[in-house]
Design a protein around this ligand. Sequence first.
Ligand code: SF4
Ligand code: SF4
Length: 448
Amino acid sequence: MIKPVGALCNLDCTYCYYLPTKSVFDGREHRMKLTTLEEIFAGILPRFGDQVTVIWQGGEPTLAGLDFFQKAVEFQNKYKRPSQSISHALQTNGTLLDDGWCRFLKEHEFLVGLSIDGPPKLHDHYRLTNRGEASSKQVFCGLRALQKQKVEFNALCVLNDVNVHHPDELWDYLISLGTRWLQFIPAIEWEQDPDRPGQNVLAPYSPDPVAYGKFLCRAFDLWFEKYRHRVSVRIFDAVVMKLVMDKMPYCILDGSCHREMTIEHDGAVFGCDHFIERRWQLAQIGQPEWHNGISLDGSIDVGLTVHRAGYVKADEHVGRDIVGHDDLPLARDMTGDCEAASGHLDTRWFERADAARLGTFNARKLDLPEKCVNCRFKPLCHGGCPKHRSQGGDVPEASVLCEAYIMFYEHTLDRFEWLAGFLRRDEQPPEPVNAKRTKKANREHAAR
Ligand code: SF4
Ligand code: SF4
């Protein structure tokens, strides 16, 4: 994951967890230099496998400008092996997207994640501009530009204390945008509890865990009854994949953190975008004092997803486990050339990443209380994300969303198992009786 402008954003959403990370980088410009951008690809590509996924994240990454992204593609082409293919995902608030941007995104097959919290009255509750004004009209212009250039996008909906109570309205609206991919992310943030020194409480805009559980149950019912054959919901896909392939692509519900390298605008490298804290920094591009063995990976992609014509199984793990130098992909024809051509660049930063610190970071997710160790849903939850524990994973603790997960699995697991049964036999599950199909899907179905 690359963050070209760090936490800089042209919006000022109340619940944004990136804005406080600005203070980690105070005093420095929040824009990535082109030398850093080049160093990233010069360092990574010779050492990664043949499938590389780059996620562009912010703040608002499009603030870096289209030229910056064109340069990124240029650098990738310069340093990739002929056998290497690079796919892109861009998470954006959509407000700066225009025809020029969308032509570029289409040409390079970016999968765009558009942040949208529901119809305007729900979206505009917390997603405000820097001047405190509603942002939904600007987002809608960006959405139209995406649709005009036929760029695939997924809708990322942050659930807060307001929209979490409107699952039907949210669902209908997001589906009406024409996307086939949905993500629901609960805005879990912590504040100091004024009544209990040293303890934290959920921020006022965070969804209540029971409300979040109810939301997931209702969203599942809507998906299962009408849309399960053509709409992908990230958390539902993840559970199906776990049941069918015993792989959990959603780190929050997996047994350990996934090794998703996050590179900040100034070249600081972290193990996860949710913990941009100096104590968890793993490397610094351009600073040779960082020197430890490497234990970083590519990323784990969703390997099984609902697609137009039903479920599609992809490679279960497109990243590559790199735990030592012997695991490095052979890049005989790249490494020498790339170093000779780029003597001024720090191409070895990746090898200096602090593997021990990454291990300590990852180990915190495994540190579970008795409640989780004995829980019947542990294989599908593992205590959730350390970010969702009130002490940030520093002590054994269950997720604040525990009740939501229990409610969700009790409500859905038999139907998940039913779906998984077909897929284990390599059969497609029957379409829902009340299936909603697009006209195109109707034509495809009739032609089968
Ligand atoms: S800290 Fe949370 S979001 Fe980050 S890798 Fe671990 S489980 Fe995933
Ligand atoms: S007790 Fe709660 S948080 Fe822990 S594994 Fe079970 S459902 Fe997850």
